[in-house]
Structure formats: structure tokens, C-alpha cells
Ligand binder design. Structure first.
Ligand code: NAD
Ligand code: UDP
Length: 338
């Protein structure tokens, strides 16, 4: 198949592009490098079936030729990223989604949307099933992300109902693994970076809030299964094992062998108190369930952070391009299918 992946240079997107290339698909990767580094796909530069276009999909999407599947992953995803880019986040969830939908409509492709557990907001139903409508503050700081994704789901389903487009909506729960940016502010990358640097682990609130953490390889299998079927969804994709943030901190300290202390900071506003997916629908309709334990997933992630220490441990909180990365951009932009 020929698959267009927006946000294909990001954490999940780069793993997805790699998985699709590995099984023989052609991939057209679209990214504007707003929250990721070209180093994520450096190893794919010479792959004959990868085409890359540096573009803001909120402004325009131009993919000449046939397309079988459009996978829309472009969007800031970590809370500090979308707080820093509120208008861009709303734009990519709305105009970006419409542009990608239009590409799917024009080419007759299946359209797969990376939505999020954030559409449930601070959920009053626990665990969360897909028929729960959510509890979102529409004017709070997280609303730029939550409401953009809720709109993205709504407009995707409207294309399905009114134009018959083959649409699939995935609601992705917290996912972690290699290629997370060390300073993207998400809890797994923050704790690992802090533990490896010997800095205090920053727990927000009392650390009793929960998340359910899925290892990236498991999640990518779920996305690929969604690409390969005609399931409209929404389908929850995530690991159903719930952990408190404090438990996560203890696990990271144990796995890294770090003696970093733990430090408590105020809980950000509207931070969801509990989050755990019901994945019966994914099991039944996609034949999917996660396999990798959090201990194993964290070990693999810590190993990656250790091996990339020189490259990724810049402490400025911004994405800083490595020298290699800045050389990569023009190379990637000129890259056409061989
Ligand atoms: P990420 O920030 O690593 O990747 C997002 C990618 O999209 C980046 O490469 C970024 O440069 C690109 N991008 C952003 N705006 C763009 C634009 N206007 N045009 C082109 N490219 C643009 O984040 P991620 O964790 O890989 O998330 C990928 C998708 O999955 C997002 O849509 C996110 O909402 C969703 N998701 C992720 C998680 C998770 O735990 N990782 C959970 C729920 C949902
Ligand atoms: N969190 C934390 N310390 C950090 C970063 C995050 O305690 O350094 C908490 C955060 O308040 C939230 C949970 O960890 O309760 C997950 O946060 P993350 O930003 O990874 O994802 P999201 O809130 O989008 O689920």
C-alpha cells in the first residue's frame, strides 16, 4: 500500500513509518518538525520506499499520486508542547484534520485518526469505554488539545456519514518508549531523564493520580491493525493496567538504579485524576491487546535513553537540533521515492 503519515517524524509517527516500511508499504511522511527532531527518521533516509515532505498540514496538504491510507498523527501531544502552541494545536486538530480528510476523499483512501484518551477529559466513568462522552472543560488550558481532538473526531465521522469515507478513529492512551524527547514534559520521559541525571523526580500533586502506560511497539501494532481493517471506531488503544504516578516514579528509580529524591509540585489545572482504557472493542474487532509489561517497556526505554545520552540530554526544554539533524533537513526535503 501507499500510506501518507502526517506527523510521521514524531515519536509515534516515526515508529509507525518504520513498521510500515518493514512490511513493504510505501510511506509518504509529512511533518513540520514543530515537536520532533529529524533524527527520529535519520535511519530511514536511504530507504527507497520513503518519501518525505516538510510541510505544515494545517496550511496545505499536497501528495501527488495514489494513496491507499491516510494516517493523521500530526499534533503536539505533550501538555507543555500544546500549552506552548495553543493556536497551532487547534489548527492542526481542525484545519489539519480537514486537509488530511480531503486528501483521503480525493484519493479514495482510508482515513485513520490518532485521537486521544483526552477526549474523556477528567472522566466521571472509570474505566473508560468508547461509549462514554467525557468530562472536558471547554475553556481550560487543556481545552486547546482536548477540544481540537473532539472536533477532529466529529469532522471525521461527518465525512464518513455524509461522503461515505472509510474512516477509523483511534483513542490512544499514554504511550512511551524510545524517541520520546527527554524534555517534552511527559511523565515517563521526565522521570527517566531526571533519574539518569541524578536530579529530583518531579511528582505533580500527591502522585495518586493514575495513568495506564502502553509500550510503543504494542501501540504501533494496534495502529497497523486499524490501518488494515475498515473498523470506524472509536477504538481505545492502550494498556489497561492502571498505575499511580508515584508507582511509576518508584519503578523508574528501581530500573535505573538511581538514588534521585522525589519532589512534589502543584498539580496542573484540569489534570485528569484517573485514566484506564477498556479495550474489549480493540480485542474483539482488531484482535489486538498489548503484550509488553511496564517493567520490560521501561527497561527498553531506559536503555535507549542511556545509549543516546550524548545526543538527547540537552537541558533547555526546547527542541535543539543536533548538528547531524540540521544537515538532515535539506536531505530529507529533497527525498523522493526511488
Ligand atoms: P509528537 O509530538 O512526537 O509527534 C507529533 C508530530 O506531529 C511531530 O513530529 C510534529 O512535528 C508533527 N506536527 C505537529 N503539528 C504539525 C503540523 N501542523 N504539520 C505537520 N506536522 C506537524 O507526539 P506523539 O506522541 O508522536 O503523538 C502523535 C499523535 O498521537 C498525536 O496526534 C497525539 O495527539 C496522538 N496521541 C499520542 C499519545 C501518546 O501517548 N504518545 C497519546 C494520545 C494521542
Ligand atoms: N506528571 C508528573 N510529573 C511530571 C510530568 C507529569 O507528576 O514531571 C504527571 C501529570 O501531572 C499527570 C501524569 O503525570 O498526572 C501524566 O502526565 P503526562 O504529561 O505524561 O500525560 P497526560 O497528562 O497527558 O496524561
Amino acid at each position: 500500500m501507499r500510506i501518507a503519515v502526517s506527523g510521521g517524524g514524531g515519536f509515534l509517527g516515526s515508529h509507525l513509518c518504520e513498521a510500515l516500511l518493514d512490511r513493504g508499504d510505501e510511506v509518504v511522511c509529512l511533518d513540520n518538525w514543530s515537536t520532533a527532531s529529524p533524527g527520529n527518521i535519520e535511519h530511514l533516509l536511504d530507504h527507497p520506499a520513503l518519501q518525505f515532505t516538510e510541510t505544515d498540514v494545517s496550511a496545505m496538504v499536497d501528495v501527488p499520486g495514489p494513496v491507499d491510507v491516510v494516517a493523521h498523527l500530526a499534533s503536539p501531544a505533550s501538555p507543555p508542547d500544546y500549552h506552548r502552541r495553543p493556536l497551532e494545536t487547534l489548527a492542526v486538530g481542525s484545519r489539519g484534520t480537514e486537509n488530511m480528510l480531503h486528501l483521503a476523499e480525493r484519493t479514495g483512501a482510508r482515513f485513520v485518526l490518532a485521537s486521544t484518551s483526552e477526549v474523556y477529559g477528567d472522566p466521571l466513568m472509570h474505566p473508560q469505554r468508547e461509549d462514554y462522552w467525557g468530562n472536558v472543560n471547554p475553556v481550560g488550558p487543556r481545552s486547546v488539545y482536548d477540544e481540537a481532538k473532539r472536533y477532529a473526531e466529529a469532522v471525521s465521522m461527518a465525512y464518513r456519514r455524509s461522503l461515505g469515507l472509510d474512516v477509523g478513529v483511534m483513542r490512544i492512551f499514554n504511550t512511551y518508549g524510545p524517541r520520546l524527547r527527554p524534555h517534552d514534559g511527559r511523565v515517563v520521559s521526565s522521570f527517566i531523564t531526571q533519574a539518569l541525571n541524578g536530579d529530583p523526580l518531579t511528582i505533580y500533586g500527591d502522585g495518586r493520580q493514575t495513568r495506564s502506560f502502553c509500550y510503543v511497539d504494542d501501540l504501533i501494532r494496534g495502529i497497523v491493525a486499524m490501518i488494515d481493517c475498515d473498523e470506524p471506531g472509536p477504538v481505545n488503544l492502550g494498556n489497561p493496567i492502571e498505575r499511580t504516578v508515584r508507582e511509576l516514579a518508584e519503578l523508574v528509580l528501581r530500573i535505573t538504579g538511581s538514588s534521585s529524591p522525589v519532589e512534589y509540585h502543584p498539580l496542573p489545572s484540569d489534570d485528569p485524576t484517573r485514566r484506564q482504557p477498556v479495550i474489549t472493542r480493540a480485542r474483539e474487532r482488531l484482535g489486538w491487546s498489548p503484550k509488553i509489561s511496564i517493567e520490560e517497556g521501561l527497561r527498553r526505554t531506559v536503555d535507549w535513553f542511556r545509549s543516546r545520552r550524548e545526543d538527547v540530554m540537552t537541558a533547555d526544554g526546547r527542541i535543539s537540533l543536533r548538528e547531524g539533524d540540521s544537515r538532515l533537513r535539506p536531505l530529507l526535503n529533497g527525498k523522493k521515492l526511488a
